[in-house]
Design a protein. Structure first.
Length: 493
């Protein structure tokens, strides 16, 4: 099977599984936000922050290294990966145990510190899972890894309402998170083909650590970029304010995480295969960046234009007024999604430091965010400064990819500049429609129309995507449109 057909098939599998998983996650958040008091939903939001901050094993990128490394298919390499993954999980448990009470004190929830301590079960289960399912991705077999993520999401979403009614507070979220980790751990062993074992192989472990240490630092920086604003809100504002911010963030992140994870899983092997051919690598990068930018344009237009009705539709009337939070968060995430293509390209070239440096630069946005929190200014201002941080992070990422890997700077700047123009246009539409007394369905339809317009505009403006669209059009007219989805098999010799 050719690289394009393998990528398309893999993309379809990953998209289906990730789509189910993220849809389930988002529906679960909707259920919990409506079923729980705002303060309890805010406390539950601190659980995600603690896991994201302190789960070291998830930050090391060991599963990605299994896909990228030339010896990743060797049984000894897999055993060494299990060893390092397990040790990192134990370190995560120790960190959570040591910091649970200080974090609870910082957030003003000292009476709930034991709940934070119980979160240590989650990285333990993740770190002792079987990594064989990730090895399958070397040959574009994405099904097992996809379903052990999506399946548990579906199960705990089905249980969200009865558990929330039964417990009635933040404990329902804690129980669901632990259950999800347990189901994922079980699934990893059910799908595995090789035995689970540990092996300390000095050369393999050294290579994994060399690859993983920048990703660990980057993981902490990603916390600052992705969750730092929520950390500031949790520190300086009541839990009710954190609930609104977390709800807006979950709505803003769901489509971005789905799209970027599908692209990262499928396009990393595609780019890695061309890492030694600069011309092919740049051509593939241009195309990936074009489609990333088109998605960012649709995302920004849709979420910014229809921000307020989306918040009330998703989480209920008690979250009225949080649309401005969603609009600013969507603007920053749209630009971050463009930068994700650069991170994938850098990792394919063996540069795991690119994302580290760009996130470090983007972390400058935390300084004004801390000042805003200290002064108790409106919470939406904390969301707004995130766009500034993403602008700086994009510039650093593009410059490093250009200097280290020879990708022309303009290749990255042109699509990102186009996305910035789309964000500005979406903001203008948001302001123009803010006080219109139109019903919610009309506003949601306007958001959909704006999203489609922005995406099509980017696809037609950028040469890489425009050429592919024209090529597909010509092939469809010449061979029939069915041939685009089901190419004819080559004749046997």
């Amino acid at each position: 099977m050719g690289i394009k057909r393998s990528a398309l098939k893999g993309s379809a599998v990953v998209a289906l599984g990730e789509g189910l998983g993220f849809a389930a996650s988002f529906i679960r958040n909707m259920i919990l936000a409506r079923a729980l008091p705002k303060a309890d939903f805010g406390i539950a939001a601190t659980f995600a922050m603690v896991i994201t901050l302190l789960e070291v094993s998830a930050k090391m990128g060991i599963a990605r290294f299994l896909v990228r490394d030339k010896e990743g298919n060797e049984p000894e390499f897999l055993a060494a990966a299990h060893f390092l993954h397990g040790v990192a999980a134990l370190a995560s448990c120790a960190l959570i145990a040591a910091l649970a009470w200080p974090i609870a004190h910082l957030f003003g929830i000292r009476e709930h510190a034991t709940a934070l301590l119980a979160l240590a079960l989650i990285p333990l289960l993740h770190g002792f899972g079987h990594l064989d399912v990730r090895r399958f991705e070397r040959t574009m077999r994405f099904g097992p890894a996809t379903w052990i993520e999506a399946g548990p999401q579906l199960v705990i979403t089905a249980l969200a309402w009865p558990v929330a009614v039964w417990l009635g507070d933040y404990r329902s979220v804690l129980l669901l998170l632990v259950l999800k980790a347990l189901l994922s751990w079980t699934g990893s062993f059910l799908f595995a083909e090789r035995p689970y074992r540990w092996l300390f192989h000095r050369e393999y472990v050294t290579r994994m650590l060399r690859f993983g240490w920048p990703l660990i630092l980057n993981g902490f920086l990603m916390f600052a970029v992705m969750r730092g604003d929520q950390f500031v809100v949790a520190t300086f504002y009541p839990m009710e304010e954190l609930a609104a911010f977390a709800a807006a963030a979950s709505l803003a992140l769901a489509p971005i995480l789905l799209f970027s994870r599908v692209f990262a899983s499928v396009m990393l092997p595609v780019l890695a295969k061309a890492q030694d051919d600069p011309a092919v690598f740049e051509r593939r990068y241009r195309l990936i960046l074009a489609f990333m930018s088109a998605f960012s344009a649709a995302y920004a237009m849709g979420l910014i234009v229809a921000a307020e009705p989306l918040m009330q539709f998703a989480f209920g009337s008690k979250y009225a007024g949080a649309g401005l939070l969603l609009a600013w968060l969507a603007a920053a995430n749209a630009l971050r999604n463009v930068r994700r293509a650069t991170a994938i390209a850098a990792i394919a070239k063996g540069d795991s430091v690119n994302e580290l440096y760009s996130n470090l630069s983007g972390g400058v946005a935390l300084l004004p965010a801390l000042a805003i929190g200290f002064l108790r200014d409106p919470v939406w201002m904390i969301a707004a400064v995130g766009l500034l941080g993403e602008f700086v992070a994009c510039w650093v990422a593009f410059r490093r990819l250009s200097r280290r890997d020879g990708v022309p700077l303009a290749t990255s700047l042109v699509p990102s500049g186009l996305v910035l123009l789309i964000i500005a246009a979406a903001g203008a539409l948001h302001l123009a429609l803010e006080h219109q007394p139109w019903p919610m369905p009309v506003m949601l339809l306007l958001g959909i129309a704006a999203a489609l317009t922005g995406s099509v505009a980017v696809l037609l403006i950028l040469p890489a995507s425009r050429q592919q669209i024209l090529l597909a059009w010509r092939r469809g007219r010449a061979r029939g449109w069915k041939s685009l989805l089901f190419p004819p098999k080559p004749a046997a010799p």
